[in-house]
Write a protein that binds this ligand. Structure first.
Ligand code: G16
Length: 542
């Protein structure tokens, strides 16, 4: 069967995308990420692998060239599975193996993967490709195309694209258009129609029209919001900042910057009590924030979005008299106050998974309605097929009040991108919910008070020396590290801390929270020192 692959042609082409000798990279939290100059061979090989996956699943597979929140000089690639989900874990392993293979071993690895996965090489393959606005992305996506074509795959190149709509396109193509039209206009229209309907319902209670300031991180979000704006402008006017015309991608702006530094992005004009938000570079994360009248900055992160959304969904469900099983999925980064509020006040079950949308997404599928958000602003809501059908029925049948609630739910379902979280879709959903509930940004923020927290990064020689368990809340190796963290945590009130190797950057991440900002800062610093000492820190001491 392996003879159905033109291995000779693949080897010849591969020489044009030679692997820097000895370079090893791993398929991480969101695919491969590193300096753009080290990625050409990875792109070519992921083109090959996408074709094998497409043949095996007899479905369209997506390849997205992006490094999302990372600096502009870096880049990355990830594969998207048939239902718009992240690549299956066994194929992540194949990806790492193929990426690591020296030139002379490539053929053997390709044959091996095909045999292990029983890939029918006679099968047609179709790949959709998208890329972000980084200077390196165009050339790198050409290398993907080179890989796809040399192994006999067909492709469609969407060019500049947001990552999440690409998940949506893959899903639409593989479900025969049932989920929506597999065009970017189809996507915009579906979201905007649902949003405009919802704000129309809100305007009956006098809070229909809204305006919002958006920091686009000098990334693709600006481009896409401009294209889409006219579809939803009846319900929301957006003012864009860091729109890519002058600044550098993710530099001193964007959701990651705002969340990590707990300060507003540069280049944004904020007045007190004005609702503002930031996307990340490829617009799949979003965080909100505002200045109060005393000039204090307030961040509203993924945890508070999950709380707002799940609270609203619970209210709708009780209005229509349905007791569906609704749950929230978080990671170790979720603020302790949010978990307590969800569990103790809202009585919503909360699950904790490892970092990475793929883990949260998977867990959320276990609920009738699964709300998942990482504190950094990645997230969406998943509705089971049975729930979707039930709501459709209820939107036709019941008495006025219940029908109204069911109709709102119907639109909310359309508003969330269920293939993968998307900043624009999340933004519209939040705006609609705030309007329907008549909440100001301050009232939303006041649902609960975040515990002060701090995140730091530590450079170590090899971050793989740190391994974790219990959804990354406990360090297993190196020896002594967890004990050191436990001792430090004991010194502070309401405190918690953990460390984990990043799957997208060459750093170890440290998280700490405590009863005051000063304590959280001290704890984070002390834990960073412990990592530096016990896990082989390099460069300057924290
Ligand atoms: C990616 C993942 C997220 C994750 C983030 C940071 O986000 O999709 O799930 O939270 O990386 O991961 P890590 O802490 O392992 O570096 P993005 O926005 O960069 O695609």
């Amino acid at each position: 069967q392996a003879l159905d692959m033109d291995l000779g042609a693949i080897t010849t082409r591969s020489a044009f995308h030679a692997k820097p000798h000895g370079l090893t990279l791993q398929y991480g939290t969101a695919g491969f990420r590193t300096k753009a100059e080290n990625l050409d061979h990875i792109m070519f090989r992921m083109g090959l692998l996408a074709v094998l996956r497409s043949k095996q699943t007899k479905s369209t597979i997506g390849v997205m060239v992006t490094a999302s929140h990372n600096p502009e000089e870096e880049n990355g690639v990830k594969l998207i599975d048939p239902l718009g989900e992240m690549l299956a874990p066994s194929w992540e392993e194949h990806a790492t193996r193929l990426a690591d293979a020296e030139e002379q071993d490539m053929q053997r690895v390709l044959i091996d993967i095909s045999e292990k996965e029983a890939v029918d090489l006679q099968q047609d393959a179709f790949i959709v490709i998208g890329r972000d606005t980084r200077p390196s992305s165009e050339k790198l996506s050409q290398s993907v195309i080179d890989g796809v074509t040399v192994i006999g795959g067909q492709f469609h190149d969407y060019g500049f694209f947001k990552k999440t709509p690409l998940h949506y396109m893959v899903y639409c193509r593989n479900t025969g258009g049932q989920y929506g039209k597999a065009t970017i206009e189809g996507y915009y229209q579906k979201l905007s129609k649902a949003f405009v309907e919802l704000t129309r319902q809100a305007s009956c209670s006098g809070d229909g029209y809204r305006s919002l300031k958006v920091d686009c991180a000098n990334g693709i979000g600006a481009l896409k919001l401009r294209e889409m704006e006219h579809y939803f402008s009846q319900g929301l006017s957006v003012q864009l900042f860091n729109d890519g015309t002058t600044g550098k991608l993710n530099h001193l702006c964007g959701a990651d910057f705002v969340k990590s530094n707990q300060q507003p992005p540069q280049g944004m004009e904020m007045k007190s009590n004005e609702r503002c938000c930031s996307f990340d570079g490829d617009a799949d994360r979003i965080v909100y924030y505002y200045y109060d009248t005393d000039g204090h900055f307030h961040l509203i992160d993924g945890d508070k979005m999950a709380t707002l959304i799940s609270g609203f969904l619970k209210e709708l469900l009780s209005e229509i008299g349905e007791s569906l099983n609704i749950g929230v999925v978080q990671t170790a980064y979720a603020n302790g106050s949010s978990t307590r509020y969800l569990e103790e006040v809202m009585k919503v079950p909360v699950s904790c998974t490892q970092t990475g949308v793929k883990h949260l997404h998977h867990k959320a599928q276990e609920f009738d309605i699964g709300v998942y958000f990482e504190a950094n602003g990645h997230g969406t809501v998943l509705f089971s097929k049975a729930v979707e059908m039930k709501i459709k029925e209820l939107a036709e049948e019941l008495e006025e009040k219940k029908r109204k609630a069911a109709k709102i739910l119907e639109n909310i379902i359309d508003l969330f991108n269920q293939a993968a979280g998307d900043a624009i879709s999340d933004m519209l959903a939040i705006e609609a919910i705030l309007a329907l509930k008549g909440l100001t940004v301050q009232q939303w923020d006041a649902i609960y008070t975040d515990l002060p927290n701090r995140q730091l990064k530590v450079k170590v020689a090899d971050r793989r020396v740190i391994s974790t368990t219990d959804a990354e809340r406990q360090a297993v190796t190196p020896p002594g590290l967890q004990e050191a963290i436990n001792d430090l945590v004991k010194k502070y009130q309401l405190s918690r801390a953990f460390v984990r190797p990043s799957g997208t950057e060459d750093v170890v991440r440290v998280y700490a929270e405590a009863d005051s900002q000063e304590s959280a800062d001290h704890l984070a610093h002390e834990v960073s020192l412990a990592v530096f000492q016990l896990a082989g820190g390099t460069g300057e001491r924290p």
